[in-house]
Every structure is written in C-alpha cells, then in structure tokens.
Design a protein around this ligand. Sequence first.
Ligand code: CA
Length: 157
Amino acid sequence: MNKGTVLVVEDDKAIQNLIGTTLEIFDYNYLISSNAKDGILKATSYNPDVIILDLGLPDMDGLEVIKKIRSFSLVPIIIVSARTDNADKITALDAGADDYLTKPFDMDELIARIVSLIRRYTRFNQQDGISQQLEFDGLKIDIENRSVTTENGTFEL
Ligand code: CA
C-alpha cells in the first residue's frame, strides 16, 4: 500500500538518488525538483503529503521557498541542509518549516520524521473535516455542503 507522496526539492543528484531510492523501498511515491521554481510548481499541482527541502538551491534560497509554499499550503516541510548553525535552523523553523535535518543525515531518521509528520498532518486534516459541521442549540451548520438545518428544515446556503 502506498503511504503518501513526498516532494523532494534538492539540486544535488547524489542526494536526490539516495532519498528517492529510500522512499521507494519504504513505499512512498515521490517527485523530484532540482530547483526552487519547479519545486513550488510541483507543490501546487501535486499536493504532496510532505516536502523535503534543501536550503541551498540554484535559483532561490530555500527560506523563500518555505514562505512561498506557506502562502498556500500547510503541508509539512522537512529541511535538509548543510547549514549547521542554530541561527539557520531557527530562521527556517520561523519561516514555517516543521523539521530540520543537517547533512549528512541518517536515512532511517529521515523516514521516521516523514512517518511522524504525515501522521500528524493527516490527523489534523481529519479534525479539520469534523469541524466542518457545527451543531448547537438545535441548529446544525454544515460548512462543506453549505446548508443550515433548524427545526423548520434544511436550508441550502
Ligand atoms: Ca544544494
């Protein structure tokens, strides 16, 4: 069974291959982008479950990529970077990243973090689904179907 789609935004071919092969072994679908522009495009069109993002990309700083993606999506973002300074980590997390791994990193650790973030994100989305229906005082509001139910019947909005 497929466990989700991971978008890998990374310009280093060796790391692309390493991550791609590992994701395949663990039954994840994956997409690869070698630059920021393509990464943002794929993030909008394929709606991935997790994004693995390198900060040092040829066309744009990874921090800008985080901000752009955050302007339209809450998808979990894991940073993989050679930058080891705490300041870099804090800046990336502040910009909206969910996790940060310093290169070189352990593949088992990357997979463990992907599993954990997908689980949390899926649960968050399901909760979001439940909150689409509000019920109080004999009144039921269904946001998804855009209807309101009262003692006098159901009304479409
Ligand atoms: Ca790079």
